[in-house]
Design a protein around this ligand. Structure first.
Ligand SMILES: [Zn+2]
Length: 482
């Protein structure tokens, strides 16, 4: 049998840790098997002093205890060595996210940004052996008769992955294997016009991404809970609907902005879409035409009542109290909706000012019995106005409840908000002040809806003016319909 050579330099990695959470727990052992294109294999492993006690059940699982690691080097002392072994190689691990995430976090603690193309052997096994349901390391060892001297020690587990890789070379057609690897590392569908180096840089974090074509106007702006996954999904085979096809053919450059969480990503996305209006974003609401209904006094003889009046969102001060109803993308939408509401509620279109009728004459709806007759005096204007107010109450837009700008915390940053507008996100007092000086953008419906749904989830906000903490809970009833 000829030696099995990888098409690219590989590194098989396994870690032992103090627990399951990369941001909190620490590495106790690293095992690395490097294989270069000539088929040369180098093995390396080291215990790591985690600088924190190892929980008893983990000691039981791995056999690595506090005494064993007490004299071992810390990750900081090993970082350079580890980095040089991983650099420029395809990172292969079982449940690769776990090992990759732990190493990324350890490097991050040292101020180093570690990135590598990643291949997960669980996913690879699942794809190449779909007839089996189990793809744990133990399942692979049993199925393929892999040699296992010391389960749950880092180097032994890493070398099992190298053995698995050699089994694949013997059992799987080279083209099939290469295709599976390309697909799982995102390489198969990566657009030809995009720099392949970007692929390894895509972060697995919340954020907003912008696709650019040949010029400086974004073609598309989207938000993601995992930027890497979301961006790759645009290009992957199973999403190749016509729209995605044309987008992936046009894209020449990608930018992204990481955010602390989903709320920040949503707010940033709404802000950037408003700013750039990319051609591939379906949802194009022009804030400029956004309008709403408010009620103004109506005098008829001795009777006093109310009448709707159209108001442009851009003309209203949303930081003040406003009894306004509905948010509509255009004057046409606002009129159409009010007519429908009026007709189903037997309100009088003439009295509402929507139809013109000579004074003292019944409206057209009265003849069709869709008006209950306020125009001919069979209903009082007071009663009609009360019914109007009642019907519209379902559409009431919330009043900004905080009396001024507030800060809403998400992760390590603050979203600065005022009058249902997103001013931006800040990490320091100086940044907050800069955003306030810059002023409020135009009120828009997307941001309003994001804040109405997210502020109660955050639970509280802090007033920028006096530092007072407001708890946030909106009554569930008065959401503005779309
Ligand atoms: Zn009428």
């Amino acid at each position: 049998m000829p030696p099995v050579l990888p098409a690219q330099p590989l590194v098989f990695v396994d870690l032992e840790t103090t627990g399951a959470t990369a941001t909190v727990d620490r590495i106790t052992e690293i095992g690395i098997v490097e294989v270069n294109e000539e088929g040369e294999v180098r093995e390396w492993s080291s215990l790591v002093n985690p600088q924190t006690p190892i929980p008893a059940f983990i000691q039981g699982l791995t056999g690595i205890n506090d005494e064993m690691v007490a004299q071992a080097p810390t990750f900081a002392e090993l970082a350079e060595e580890v980095l040089s072994r991983l650099h420029g190689r395809l990172f292969v691990a079982h449940n690769a996210r776990f090992d990759y995430g732990f190493l990324k976090n350890e490097f991050k603690r040292l101020g180093l940004d570690f990135k590598a193309p990643v291949l997960c052997t669980v996913k690879l096994s699942r794809q190449l052996y779909p007839q089996y349901s189990k793809h744990s390391l133990d399942a692979l060892i049993d199925r393929h008769g892999l040699h296992m001297p010391a389960r749950h020690r880092a180097l032994a587990d890493a070398s099992v992955l190298w053995q698995f890789w050699q089994v694949l070379q013997r059992q799987i057609e080279p083209a099939t294997l290469q295709q599976a690897v390309s697909q799982l590392t995102g390489r198969s569908s990566w657009p030809v016009h995009l720099d392949p180096a970007l692929l390894d840089e895509l972060p697995e974090r919340h954020g907003v991404y912008l696709f650019y074509g040949d010029n400086d106007l974004p073609l598309y702006i989207g938000k993601a809970n995992n930027l890497r996954q979301r961006i790759l999904s645009h290009f992957s085979a199973d999403h190749r609907i016509a729209k995605e096809m044309s987008l992936s053919q046009q894209v020449r450059r990608i930018e992204w902005i990481e955010t602390e969480g989903e709320m920040g990503a949503l707010l940033k996305e709404a802000q950037l879409i408003k700013q750039w209006q990319p051609i591939h974003n379906r949802r194009l609401r022009r804030s400029n035409e956004l309008c709403t209904w408010r009620l103004i006094p109506l005098q008829r003889g001795d009777e006093e009542g109310l009448q709707p009046e159209l108001a442009w969102a851009r003309d209203l001060d949303w930081g003040e109290q406003h009894e306004v109803y509905g948010l509509f993308g255009s004057q046409r939408d606002a009129l159409k909706t009010l007519r429908e509401i009026a007709e189903t509620s037997q309100l009088c279109l003439a009295t509402l000012g929507l139809d013109k009728v000579p004074k003292g004459r019944p409206c057209f709806g009265y003849q069709l019995r869709t008006c209950s007759g306020v125009c001919v005096g069979s209903e009082s204007l007071t009663a009609h106005s009360a019914r109007l107010q009642n019907v519209l109450s379902n559409w009431r837009v919330r009043t900004w409840p905080f009396g001024g700008p507030v800060m809403a915390r998400e992760g390590g940053s603050w979203h600065v908000l005022d009058a249902w507008c997103y001013l931006g996100s800040a990490r320091t007092e100086a940044e907050v002040q800069a955003l306030l000086r810059h002023g409020r953008p135009v009120f828009d419906k997307d941001t309003y809806k994001i804040l109405v749904s997210w502020l109660p989830k955050l639970g509280s906000v802090i007033s920028v003016n006096d530092g007072e903490v407001y708890s946030v809970s909106f009554p569930a009833s008065s959401d503005t319909p779309d």
